[in-house]
Design a protein around this ligand. Structure first.
Ligand code: SAM
Length: 254
C-alpha cells in the first residue's frame, strides 16, 4: 500500500480526497493518506507558523522550524542530514511551489512507483528558503500561475498519482490510453444515443470490428494531437503506420 503524507495549514481543504476513485482507493487499501496540520508542530503559546520576511517586503513567510519538526516526526525513520540528497532520504519530500518542475503525466507515473510520498503545502509568500535548500528533495508546480496555497496543487498531484495505482480505476477506465499516458492526446469518445439531434456517432464505432475500432482510435488520437499539441509528436513513440497517417494529415489528405 502506498502512503501519502500531506503537511498543510488547511487540512479542511482536502475533503475532495473523500470522494469517488480517491475514496475507493483508500477503502480498498491501495493508498493511505494522512493529513498533518502544520500548527500542531509549532511551539510557543501562540503556535506561530509564519513571520514577516527578513529585509521587509509584504506578506508572511512560513517559518522553517515547524516544517522541519513536522517532516522529522512524520518520517520518523528519516534523519535530516546537512544536505538531504546525500544520502538520499528514503521517500520523496515534495514542496508544492510555482517555481518547481512542471507537473506532467510522466512525473505522476514516476511518483506512483514510490511506497511513500510527503507533500508540503506552502501559503502566503511561501516557505523559508532553508526548507527548499535543506529539507525537500523535489519541488513541483502544477502550472505557470500562482495559487493562494499549495493545497489545490497537492490534491492535483495526489489525484493524478492515485488513479495510476494498480486497481484504482477498476472498470471505470484505463489509465494507459488516457491523454498524455501514451505521449498523445486521447481521441474523442461517444456514448448513447447513436443519433443525438441528428448528429451521428461515427459508423466504425458501431461496427463491432475490434481491429478497425482500435485503428480509428489511434488515428483520431494522432489527429487530435496534430491539431492541438503538435509539440507532443516530437517525443511520442510512433509506428510506421502512425507516421504514414501523420503524412496524410500533413498533406491534408486525412
Ligand atoms: N511568492 C511565491 C512565489 O512567487 O513563488 C508564491 C507563493 S503562493 C501565493 C503560496 C503557496 O501556494 C506556495 O508556497 C505554494 O505552496 C502554492 N502554490 C502557488 N502556486 C502554485 C503552483 N502553480 N504550483 C504549486 N504550488 C503552488
Amino acid at each position: 500500500m502506498m502512503r501519502i503524507d500531506i503537511l498543510t495549514l488547511l487540512p479542511e481543504a482536502f475533503t475532495y480526497l473523500n470522494y469517488s476513485i480517491l475514496q475507493r482507493a483508500q477503502t480498498a487499501g491501495l493508498v493511505d493518506i494522512h493529513l498533518h496540520y502544520l500548527r500542531d508542530f509549532a511551539t510557543g503559546r501562540h503556535r506561530i507558523t509564519d513571520e514577516p520576511p527578513f529585509g521587509g517586503g509584504g506578506g508572511m513567510v512560513l517559518k522553517p522550524d515547524p516544517i522541519f519538526t513536522a517532516v522529522e516526526n512524520i518520517l520518523q525513520d528519516h534523519q535530516v542530514n546537512d544536505h538531504p540528497l546525500t544520502p538520499s532520504p528514503p521517500h520523496p519530500i515534495i514542496l508544492m511551489t510555482p517555481q518547481g518542475r512542471p507537473f506532467t503525466q510522466s512525473i505522476a507515473q514516476e511518483l506512483a512507483q514510490h511506497k511513500r510520498l510527503l507533500l508540503i503545502c506552502g501559503r502566503y509568500e511561501g516557505v523559508d528558503e532553508r526548507v527548499r535548500q535543506r529539507l525537500v528533495t523535489d519541488e513541483i508546480s502544477i502550472g505557470d500561475y500562482v495559487l493562494t496555497g499549495g493545497e489545490l496543487a497537492a490534491m492535483v498531484v495526489v489525484d493524478a498519482v492515485v488513479r495510476l495505482l494498480p486497481g484504482a480505476l477498476g472498470a471505470e477506465g484505463a489509465a494507459e490510453t488516457d491523454s498524455h499516458a501514451t505521449g498523445l492526446l486521447e481521441g474523442p469518445h461517444y456514448t448513447k444515443p447513436a443519433n443525438f439531434r441528428g448528429w451521428e456517432v461515427p459508423e466504425v464505432l458501431r461496427s463491432g470490428h475490434a481491429g478497425q475500432i482500435a485503428r480509428w482510435r489511434r488515428q483520431e488520437a494522432l489527429r487530435r494531437t496534430w491539431d492541438r499539441r503538435p509539440d507532443l509528436l516530437l517525443t511520442a513513440v510512433l509506428s510506421e503506420e502512425d507516421k504514414w497517417f501523420l503524412g496524410q494529415l500533413a498533406a491534408g489528405e486525412a
